[in-house]
Design a protein around this ligand. Structure first.
Ligand SMILES: [Zn+2]
Length: 200
């Protein structure tokens, strides 16, 4: 129920934008990025998951105090990706937003929530935030999952027409993400190197 209440407080981003649309605000850029990323993410998800939902829904959290993003599952089992309005305000390019959305979508396709919560008691924290300890877990597995999500997210955003090597730099401009990394997140340099190594 906690998840449902959270979703009701969010604003659903309908993927109505189309390539080439004039972009006059960050919100329009965000809609454009959702429209480009969603079909690629869904196709990749269907290729990887049998039985799991790939019906992604993207939301903005208007009143969050921090620039953050997370992936979760709603009570119907559908994957949701949430970005805070503060994060959207920090973005300078479509690549910045594409990196975040693709990264969070990748967490779902890689079943990271299930894998992080597997060792927890029933009812583990069903989110994977960009900042702070998510999934109720920390340490090596969480950091490994972040790099996995960076790599798969980079492939998805590149396929959708964005530049992952530019997008990964957004991390360094987000307040609250230390460049040296945290217990759950690798350093910026490590993440940028993981993306660069893909040669996209
Ligand atoms: Zn992540």
């Amino acid at each position: 129920m906690r998840i449902v209440r959270a979703v009701l407080a969010l604003i659903l981003l309908a993927a109505t934008a189309h390539p080439g649309a004039a972009q006059s605000s960050r919100q329009e850029v965000l809609l454009y990025v959702v429209g480009m990323i969603e079909p690629v993410a869904e196709a990749e998800c269907r290729r990887r998951l049998s039985g799991g939902s790939c019906d992604f829904q993207f939301f903005v959290e208007p009143n969050a105090r921090t620039a953050n993003a997370y992936q979760s599952i709603d009570d119907h089992g559908r994957p949701i990706v949430v970005v805070s309005q503060r994060l959207v305000q920090q973005a300078r390019t479509a690549d910045d937003l594409a990196f975040v959305l693709s990264h969070e979508a990748a967490h779902h396709m890689l079943r990271h929530l299930d894998r992080l919560n597997a060792g927890l008691a029933a009812g583990g924290d069903r989110t994977l935030p960009m900042l702070g300890a998510g999934g109720g877990s920390a340490g090596t597995s969480a950091r490994t999952f972040e790099l996995e999500a960076d790599r798969l997210g980079a492939r998805i955003m590149a396929r959708a027409g964005f530049d992952p090597n530019l997008g990964v730099r957004f991390l360094s401009r987000l307040p609250g993400i230390p460049s040296q990394g945290t217990a759950t997140h690798p350093s910026h340099a490590e993440r940028a190197a993981a993306v660069a190594a893909l040669g996209l």
